[in-house]
Design a binder for this molecule. Sequence first.
Ligand SMILES: NC(=O)c1ccc[n+]([C@@H]2O[C@H](COP(=O)([O-])OP(=O)(O)OC[C@H]3O[C@@H](n4cnc5c(N)ncnc54)[C@H](OP(=O)(O)O)[C@@H]3O)[C@@H](O)[C@H]2O)c1
Length: 307
Amino acid sequence: MWRARGGAGGPGTLEIGRERRRRRRRRRRRRKRHLRYFPHLALSPRVGSAVLSGSLSSPSPLRTMSPSERLVLVLGGAGTVGSGIVKSLLDRGFHVAVISRDGARLEKLRSFVPASALPHLHTVVGDVGTEDGAEQAKAELLKGGRKVTDVVSSLGLSWWQGGPPHMQTLQELQKVLETLLLSTFTSWKVFFPLVKDNPEGSYTFITGGAGEHLLMPGTGFLTLGAAGALAFCQVVREEYPKVPCKLNEVKINMGVSTSERLAPGFISHLEVGKAVASLVEKRSVSHTVLNANSPADLQTLISQGWL
Ligand SMILES: NC(=O)c1ccc[n+]([C@@H]2O[C@H](COP(=O)([O-])OP(=O)(O)OC[C@H]3O[C@@H](n4cnc5c(N)ncnc54)[C@H](OP(=O)(O)O)[C@@H]3O)[C@@H](O)[C@H]2O)c1
């Protein structure tokens, strides 16, 4: 058979056939090696294209940074959701930085985390709600040559129920928008450049379901602010489809509280923290909205790093 084909086309055809087979073998070996470094590509067609934009452009898949080499800035890290994220990241060995407007809240956070983790926690008093304030906080944070590898943005407020719109002032609406939407924008503008070109880095937004529906009478401004934050995350995903860093949103469609205040229907900020820490550590997906609708979703996120 080989001889006949070679004979028909001359010795050159045989050579071409061999070369083709060699190339095919090389391609197969390359794919095998590739799947060893990016096993999630083989696991899930759902995340395939999203991951392609981030992970495949990674120039150095051979060595990944360990948590102790990574510094995660948790914006809103002194808040209800943020403090759970900070503790879980520290538990996994990450260095963590937190910026808060209130030194007393930072002190409370320092007493909340285990004493053994304190050398890994870096706190800065600052206001990231304006571009200048965020730049100042950044300068303070980067003193001494610190390098931020990841950002988790958990800015906002836990709850707002000031009443129906006709009873509100423009000032009140501005306050809610500043806290939920505008600070998310100003801090993103200043801190995203620190991580966006790093294939080993990440930027994760924390959002909630309040933006999609009026939760109950009198919570309208919460819905407006939270909807703005959801839309902003979408804008960033769509405007920057090919950034090398992992860009994700964790949308928590449940009430979150600290362990002391846990009530029926709420989940602990520590469970949310473990899920977000796992996402940041595993870096399995990008440009993805991870909808946590139940405690079971959080458990999946904790074990897999994606949903
Ligand atoms: N709590 C829930 O039930 C729940 C559920 C689902 C989703 N979420 C989402 O989780 C996010 C955080 O909510 P949360 O409950 O943790 O609220 P929170 O307890 O009020 O914490 C929010 C944090 O944002 C910080 N912040 C706001 N504006 C800032 C600024 N200009 N500069 C610096 N820090 C600023 C605050 O820092 P300071 O220390 O400076 O005040 C505060 O620590 C929100 O996006 C919310 O939609 C919450």
